[in-house]
Design a protein around this ligand. Structure first.
Ligand SMILES: [Cu+2]
Length: 95
């Protein structure tokens, strides 16, 4: 069980998963709350990145079969892409 400091009992963190498969992000739009845990899982046989266009967050290369975890702290709408495959686009909403 992951614990995230600074959260009240009424805002328990939820874990969300985004799959990278077939050179796309699924789901295309993810809505989460600050403090939630977001895991991107790479199911493709080549690396991907998760890179906010604003620079708010960004992974290094995520190898095949690996994942990257991020816990957003600030609200906002964050379009992101894979720097290796610029056609991969998705939106991450923290509300
Ligand atoms: Cu990619």
């Amino acid at each position: 069980m992951l614990t995230v400091p600074g959260l009240t009992a009424s805002a328990r963190p939820v874990t969300h998963t985004v799959v990278m498969d077939g050179t796309r992000f699924e789901p295309q739009t993810l809505r989460v709350r600050p403090g939630d845990v977001v895991v991107w899982v790479n199911k493709d046989p080549f690396p991907h990145t998760v890179t906010a266009q604003s620079g708010a967050f960004g992974s290094k290369n995520i190898a095949p079969g690996k994942s990257w975890t991020y816990v957003p702290r600030k609200t906002g709408v964050f379009p992101y892409t894979c720097t290796l495959h610029p056609t991969m686009k998705a939106t991450f909403r923290v509300e």
